[in-house]
Design a protein. Structure first.
Lengths: 491, 491
């Protein structure tokens, strides 16, 4: 089957397909032959959820050292799941950090290969007191699974295990499948790069498929085609070498907490612009035409504000909300701490003050260069009465996925088949630093087939994932395999 | 014995005594008759220290609710100590907060009465990891007692119990003694004011004696004649109603931690001046003559900086280090916190950001007015995309003790007798909010007979109190009683 995609914008928006009829017939016939998908899901949905709960119950927080054993337990859980789902070969690869689970099912080397990437590690859970149910005690309320990792990324990655099981059990796997599930995504994927380098042959594939992003909604599906990069820094400001009495020394000795507020405050101006010299130099400027296209995506500011309970929005002057998260870089304090933070009062002049500050980056901004610009600027602003340490905690490049590929087209068709609407391509404000690395190291493009929602509170208390999204995800994936294989054969 | 004190400055510095000869003879005769003091201390010093350790081992942190029972235990310890030392009547008075221990020994209503004030509560101990030995496991290293409360104020207040015991056991108590030991000094002495109001008659005295301040050193003794006031505030800035993913929302929603840094940074300018409108309006301006006198007190900037390991000092432009802590108000962040403060990274846009900010005040600055100015200014600066809450946690007025009183003269003589040098009157940067209240409610002046050192790390990890200061304090107190009684009789 020959078809040609003509894209009106680089990596963006509506495409024109000139072999629409051929595809239409193909689409109908595929739809007809896929009734087993819904049936299998209906018969097994409760088990799918219970198996996901088993994974969620393992508190695999990668940023906290005392969860080291939980990382191994979560990897083992994935090994067992992939083997039971039908992988021929499953192996846990140790790394310098947390292990990587690899599994594969090669049905015919002449067929295309889909490499699924996901992660079994999760974010920390504080503030714990804001959770309505235990972060590692998953439960379904109002049709949603509540737990840390329910969406990001246990729930979403596990859809692939179950969809693969479905194809194996119904004898409908149309191509080869590989799985690579890591345990360090939330801390910067420090070791998967080396793993990819050492396993280039093993990881050979035609497309990487990842469910770790969100869509606008099941009634307004979208596919993420852009991810922001990330430069995550930690700063430490030291005044005196121990906490001092704020009465005896206050006024005469610089307070590092006061100094830190001045340094951090000076990183942005009153218009929301980042003041680090050179910060914007390389940032990709999006054309007016593209911005006009983006503006067409549905956005309801009132409900957006209501959902997070803020009276007004604030961001970089001259850009819309969607632009501020989609095409512009940011600088956010993710954490700040100094001195006495307990109940009541303590009259100290603290010795040290810290902040975790991350910047989301757009295409062409190199995170290494930005981290260096940040460090130099922060240090240059620091007065001589304090000592300043700046550390880069992790980083990653921005990513743009073109939509004129069979990978994107297969994803679009699969979603349209299951949800009844053609998805719109959108840029997400989030970052998955490993995605651009995959392309660099393995030379493979990634499709971000995300079923999360913006309201899923990932990284926050009460993270959740609608059960329907979990099940629709499982339903969509086999269509992706089928369309992708068909299109690959017709290339 | 008649004598006259002519003071060259209001409440400050060198005095001329025209009956020097009479005093000299009296001084010698007193010195001679006081050999029992040193003897008793030598014979009992180990027991004194062990008894103090017993008090220190009770973790009576008044700002932390789960130490409620420890407050009662500490009060009981004081009751027992005062009874065993020789008080006729000892009683624990419940308050709405922590109990107040009262004890007295009335030998003759016609004689003067000294009312000793102290506190059994201590500051919190975090950061715990910086302590070299347990904060509530007192031990002597390098001649110093290391523990929370070793100086402030268990060690210093306990000197009075032991000096009183000494006078009772050696039959040398020259006047009446009263004790009032509270458990809320570190959290603003909320209930002792009401206690004083209800017990005016019981608390009648000629002077209040307090050891809760420091001196320059045993080789350069000083007496604190000024204390700063305090206004302690807590601010809370709320952005979204829950933590958000900093990728998905970053750039479009104001980050309350970023906003907090801007608000706090704006409270002071680059010259160390506080920018709250009206803040300095009532602050007492010290004359050039007084500042010139103050400048004569010894101060070694190099060793001051070395002791706290800072390369440079910073404070309000136009004032010396001693002036910045002694006669000028300040604004210090005592604590700040928001978002993720654990190990590693977490990419959130926090919901809330907090800071504890206290201002040390100088005479004539009313802490209630300053708290209000702070609150109004902070709220007025807050942009509409965040919610701001401002709370006053506690406050107290500044205090100045004149030196042309028999109380000050007796203290000066007692120190000179024991340490061999006339103490210099100094203004401390610290605050003891109850001291000005005593004068207001009871009409009694306070003498601050402090034996702490600036290096004692009070309120900090590794708080300590030199054993020698503890023992010299016990030795000095009976001289104060004797001189004060003599001078009172000669009035």
């Amino acid at each position: 089957m020959g078809f040609r995609v003509v894209c009106c914008k680089t990596g963006f928006y509506t495409c024109y397909i000139d072999t629409i009829k051929i595809l239409f017939f193909n689409f109908l016939s595929l739809r007809k032959g896929m009734d087993h998908i819904k049936k299998y899901i209906d018969e097994n949905r409760d088990r799918f959820v219970q198996e996901l709960f088993g994974l969620i119950r393992i508190p695999s927080i990668s940023s906290e050292a005392d969860h080291k054993e939980d990382m191994v337990r979560a990897a083992e859980y994935w090994r067992k799941s992939l083997r039971e789902a039908g992988c021929d070969h499953v192996e846990i690869f140790p790394t310098e950090g947390n292990p990587i689970v690899y599994g594969e099912k090669i049905i015919d080397p002449a067929l295309p290969t889909i490499l699924v990437y996901g992660h079994y590690d999760v974010m920390p859970v504080d503030p714990l007191e804001l959770w309505e149910s235990g972060p590692f005690r998953p439960e379904v309320r109002d049709g949603k699974i509540f737990a840390r990792g329910a969406d990001d990324d246990k729930g979403q990655a596990f859809m692939h295990a179950k969809a693969f099981e479905l194809m194996m059990r119904t004898d409908s796997l149309p191509c080869n499948a590989k799985f690579m599930i890591e345990g360090e995504e939330e801390v910067g994927s420090m070791n998967i790069g080396a793993f990819c380098l050492e396993n280039k042959e093993r990881l050979k594939a035609d497309i990487i498929l990842v469910s770790d992003t969100s869509m606008i909604g099941l009634d307004c599906p979208s596919i993420t085609v852009g991810l922001r990069g990330l430069a995550y820094m930690q700063v430490e400001v030291t005044g005196p070498d121990h906490d001092l009495h704020s009465g005896i020394f206050g006024g005469a000795v610089a307070n590092p907490a006061n100094v830190l507020t001045k340094l951090v405050a000076a990183l942005t101006d009153s218009e929301g612009k980042i003041t680090i010299p050179g910060f914007y130099d390389d940032a990709l400027i999006i054309s007016k035409e593209e911005r006009d296209e983006m503006a067409k995506a549905p956005f309801d500011e009132t409900s957006y504000k209501e959902r997070i309970d803020v009276a007004a929005l604030f961001g970089e002057a001259g850009y819309s909300t969607k632009e501020r998260t989609g095409i512009r870089p940011t600088l956010d304090v993710n954490g700040i701490w100094s001195g006495y933070i307990g109940e009541g009062t303590k009259t100290i002049l603290p010795s040290k003050a810290y902040a975790k500050i991350s910047m989301r980056l757009v295409p062409n901004q190199d995170y290494r260069k930005i981290s260096e610009l940040f460090e130099n600027h922060f240090k240059s602003m620091a007065p001589d009465y304090v000592k300043v340490k700046v550390e880069s905690l992790h980083g990653g490049q921005a990513y743009v996925s073109p939509i004129d590929t069979i990978g994107y087209q297969a994803a679009s068709k699969a979603i349209e088949t299951v949800l009844g609407k053609k998805p719109i391509p959108v840029r997400s404000g989030g970052s998955i630093p490993i995605i651009p690395q995959f392309e660099e190291i393995l030379g493979i493009k990634t499709i971000l087939l995300g079923f999360g929602l913006e309201g899923d509170a990932i990284h926050s208390p009460n993270e959740n994932y609608p059960l329907e999204n979990f099940l629709k995800g499982i339903e969509t994936i086999p269509y992706f395999y089928a369309y992708f294989t068909d299109m690959w054969k017709s290339k």
